[in-house]
Design a protein around this ligand. Structure first.
Ligand SMILES: NC(=O)c1ccc[n+]([C@@H]2O[C@H](COP(=O)([O-])OP(=O)(O)OC[C@H]3O[C@@H](n4cnc5c(N)ncnc54)[C@H](OP(=O)(O)O)[C@@H]3O)[C@@H](O)[C@H]2O)c1
Length: 298
């Protein structure tokens, strides 16, 4: 197993493109920190950066990319359409590209299946929903501005509604969802696999103030392998078959989270992690005027 090069792993999307398995997350990374974090990550070897218009840091993410000296074409860059922009997709993508200082993104995601009123974001937009938004996103395919389009925070119910709509001509390349041992969403992951939709796992470490670092099963496995709990969590996700998006603004952690080569988790260790019973979810939908999660699996 010594030659296992986990950091070189990619997953093939339904478009034929290959998304790198490990990407740097940037939610809650402050603009003054994220520029350095992105540079440090790319210099440590990461080739995948995840941001969003809603994070308010696209400009600094773009600066970090340029600071790194890594050529743009070697980097997978994902950004996301913000909820109050669903009726203004052409303006939204141009704004993101301008902020990022790039001509294209590799993946453009509908951040949430929630179209909000731009004049009052506590309200849903009357007469418009995410199926309409997807129709707009589909128009970007072939524009050169986005290489792939996808969704995020889509539960099975909403994916079904999208895929069954006659206007849906492009199957999302990816669904970015919360995935860690306390929110493993096996039904949703299986549904996506069946439809050819790649899953990207967000909050893979359990997010800020994560309880996962203290989980006894994880600690036992990490100690036995001479690894950290965070490294075990990331490799668990990659071995489950999804890309992982660990966020950090701390150089030593950015590097440690990418130090995943030369080892793997055994079937038995994977099973032990799969059998963790505790459940929690980092991102709910209570802040949105529409229901997004339906409490069955995701
Ligand atoms: N699509 C969506 O709706 C959505 C929602 C949530 C997240 N995401 C994406 O997924 C990314 C990751 O999710 P997340 O930011 O919620 O959480 P996460 O990556 O699970 O955890 C981040 C937290 O863990 C800390 N951390 C990182 N590496 C560590 C290590 N080796 N040891 C100990 N602590 C460590 C970070 O601290 P420091 O930064 O201080 O080092 C930060 O507090 C986001 O940044 C974003 O790109 C997407």
């Amino acid at each position: 197993m010594a030659s296992t090069k986990n950091t070189a792993k990619t997953f093939k999307l339904n478009t034929g493109d290959a998304i790198p398995a490990i990407g740097l997350g940037t939610w809650q990374s402050k603009p003054d920190e994220v520029r350095t974090a992105v540079k440090d990550a790319l210099q440590a070897g990461y080739r995948h950066i995840d941001t969003a218009a809603a994070y308010g840091n696209e400009k600094e993410v773009g600066e970090g990319i340029r600071d790194s000296g890594v050529p743009r074409e070697q980097i997978w860059l994902t950004t996301k359409l913000d909820n109050p922009w669903h009726t203004r997709v052409p303006e939204a993508i141009d704004r993101s590209l301008s902020n990022l200082g790039t001509d294209y993104v590799d993946l453009y995601l509908m951040h949430w299946p929630a179209s909000l009123n731009p004049d009052d974001t506590s309200k849903a937009l009357e007469g418009w929903d995410f199926v309409d938004t997807w129709r707009e996103l589909q128009k970007l395919v072939g524009s050169g501005k986005v290489k792939n389009i996808g969704v995020s925070n889509f539960a099975i119910k909403n994916l079904e509604r999208l895929l069954n709509d006659p206007s849906c001509k492009v199957v999302p390349a990816a669904n970015q969802i919360e995935l860690h041992p306390c929110n493993p969403s096996p039904k949703l992951v299986a549904y996506c696999a069946e439809k050819g939709i790649h899953c990207s796992g967000y909050s893979p470490l359990g997010s800020s103030d994560s309880p996962l670092g203290k989980n006894e099963s994880l600690k036992k496995i990490a100690e036995a392998k001479g690894k950290t709990v965070q490294q075990v969590l990331l490799l668990w996700g990659v071995q489950k078959g999804w890309s992982v998006l660990p966020k950090s603004v701390t150089k030593s952690r950015i590097e440690a989270n990418y130090d995943l080569d030369g080892w793997s988790l055994t079937d038995e260790e994977m099973k032990q992690i799969d059998s963790i019973k505790e459940r929690f979810k980092v991102c709910g939908d209570g802040w949105l005027p529409v229901q997004v999660f339906f409490g069955d699996d995701e």
